[in-house]
Design a protein around this ligand. Structure first.
Ligand code: FAD
Length: 484
């Protein structure tokens, strides 16, 4: 018997560790799938993610039951629960897929020791990424800190094919498992999320992938920055929880690439179908880039990556905290920023371009520490992932690897005008502005107070002046760098 411990890989298909657990034995019904609710991990949870996780687990259990097996669920410290379960099922090994964050690695080290003490073997596989941290390095063998170089190697390296789900006969029989019910969200100490979280599970993830590959993937390059267009895959929460495997997603891009090449027909469009499929792959590579950044530098979860930025004097007085509250509530008086912050609360998701805009606004217009923003995202995003969230925040704050240079500061009004010209996205999330013309929405900061009251009496005035704050931000960074 072998236990397979599910963590951030809530699926049966294209699961390297699960396939390895099955392959390692010729015995029938030899693999026992397990999920452990770990209070240390739950302490970092938030309602949207716990909702998604529980729904994904319900589907995972249903998948096992269809195969005549079942998912064993337990609650507690995995370093205690897993040796006990190994004993209960007379299992001689536990198999799992690697997780690369600092917290997970510490927990896994404890689990390894506990299993060693209990005389139970353990094996791990790399599953969550195509190329595990430490395998794409500079010529000196160091992890990459610049994406472009990482991407070139990532792109050119061969990718594995997806794996099939194991056959029912390889999995423990359902009647050998207690079949305890899954806890409710309240049992885990969380409230139902206020946001409308997207459907969880492999089936929903496959539907999203198929829908994206039908059309949007071929115009991704030109459309992905426009939040009002349905132009991105919406797979981030699936990839975070592993309800779909990375090999399955990549295989879909191979089919799309073949189609795209036929469509391109020798054309040389920069943002045509071939470039679009390639651009989508590069986003998948960003995910793996940040995974290896966090793996190589676990401290970036809480610290600036760049040493010389460590002395930034972020604002922290009472007025700054009031501005933070206005930002979290979507009441800054900068329409594109507020629309994004409201999308986050309503959908536990925000479009990537808008994430960049709101993060730039927090750090460069309000001069607030990125960690405030990161914490807020952690509370509200269903796709929150330490590596990507941290990477995104430190990029916007100019404190991270391959970050936005500190002197390139987004103007929130021109960003709104460029990427939401008809103010369609803005009016979807800010009903107060729905009847205001796009011209007036995009020049909200320039209108007189009287005109603003007339147009949208309930929508706030800008809480800061962008030009003034831009100058302050430049000085703040120059001081931290010892240049002023
Ligand atoms: P698509 O455009 O369809 O991209 C496909 C996949 O590639 C995504 O699902 C994701 O897994 C990956 N990806 C895309 N862009 C990035 C990126 N810039 N960095 C890393 N991976 C990327 N992404 C998260 O998955 N979790 C987070 O917690 C997160 N926090 C972010 C915070 C900030 C401040 C910023 C600027 C970006 C953040 N991102 C995060 C990256 C990106 O915004 C989301 O991955 C993307 O918006 C998800 O939508 P999608 O699945 O439709 O993306």
């Amino acid at each position: 018997m072998r236990l397979f411990w599910h963590r951030r890989d809530l699926r049966v298909a294209d699961n390297r560790g699960l396939a390895a657990a099955v392959e390692a034995t010729d015995d029938d019904r030899a693999v026992v799938p397990v999920f452990v609710f770990d209070d240390d991990v739950l302490a970092h949870g938030a309602p949207p993610r716990i909702r998604f996780m529980l729904d994904a687990l319900a589907e995972l259990r249903a998948d096992y039951r269809e195969r005549g097996s079942d998912l064993v669920v337990a609650r507690g410290d995995p370093a205690e629960v897993l040796p006990d379960l190994a004993d209960e099922f007379d299992a001689d090994a536990v198999v799992w897929n690697e997780d690369y964050s600092g917290l997970a690695r510490k927990r896994d080290a404890r689990v390894r020791m506990a299993l060693d003490d209990a005389g139970v073997a353990r094996e791990t596989r790399h599953d969550a990424v195509h190329h595990e941290p430490g395998t794409i390095t500079t010529n000196q063998g160091d992890p990459y800190a610049v994406f472009t170089y990482f991407w070139k190697k990532w792109r050119d390296r061969e990718k594995a094919d997806p794996f099939d789900a194991p056959a029912g006969g390889d999995l423990v029989a359902a009647d050998a498992v207690a079949g305890e019910s899954l806890p409710s969200i309240a049992d885990l100490g969380f409230e139902e999320p206020a946001a409308d979280v997207q459907a969880a599970g492999t089936e929903a993830a496959r539907e999203r992938l198929a829908a994206f590959c039908e059309d949007a993937v071929y115009r991704y390059d030109a459309a992905r920055d426009y939040p009002a267009k349905e132009a991105t895959s919406r797979l981030s929460t699936d990839l975070k929880w592993g309800t779909i495997g990375v090999r399955e997603v990549y295989a879909a891009t191979e089919e799309a690439m073949a189609e795209a090449e036929a469509m391109d027909d020798g054309g040389d469009e920069d943002d045509g179908p071939v470039a679009s499929v390639e651009e989508f792959r590069s986003q998948l590579a960003w995910r793996e880039f940040y995974t290896q950044v966090l793996w190589a530098n676990p401290e970036v979860a809480t610290e600036n990556y760049k040493d010389y930025e460590r002395d930034i004097e972020w604002r922290s007085d009472e007025a700054a905290m009031e501005h933070l509250a206005a930002w979290t509530e979507g009441k800054t008086g900068y329409p594109i920023v507020d629309a994004g912050m409201r999308q986050l609360r309503e959908e536990a998701y925000m479009h990537n371009r808008v994430r960049m805009i709101v993060a730039s606004f927090l750090t460069k217009d309000l001069l607030l520490d990125w960690r405030h923003g990161y914490e807020h995202f952690k509370q509200h995003l269903a796709d929150h992932d330490t590596a990507n969230d941290n990477g995104g925040w430190q990029w916007a704050a100019s404190t991270g690897t391959d970050a936005q240079p500190y002197f390139r500061i987004f103007n929130p009004m021109t960003q709104g005008e460029r990427y939401d010209p008809d103010a369609k996205y803005i009016s979807e999330y800010i009903p107060e502005l729905a009847s205001v013309s796009p011209d007036n929405v995009h020049s909200w900061h320039e209108l007189s107070v009287g005109r603003r009251r007339q147009l949208a009496p309930k929508y706030p005035d800008p809480i800061v002046d962008h030009s003034e704050m831009r100058e302050r931000a430049l000085s703040m960074f120059k001081r931290a760098r010892g240049e002023e």
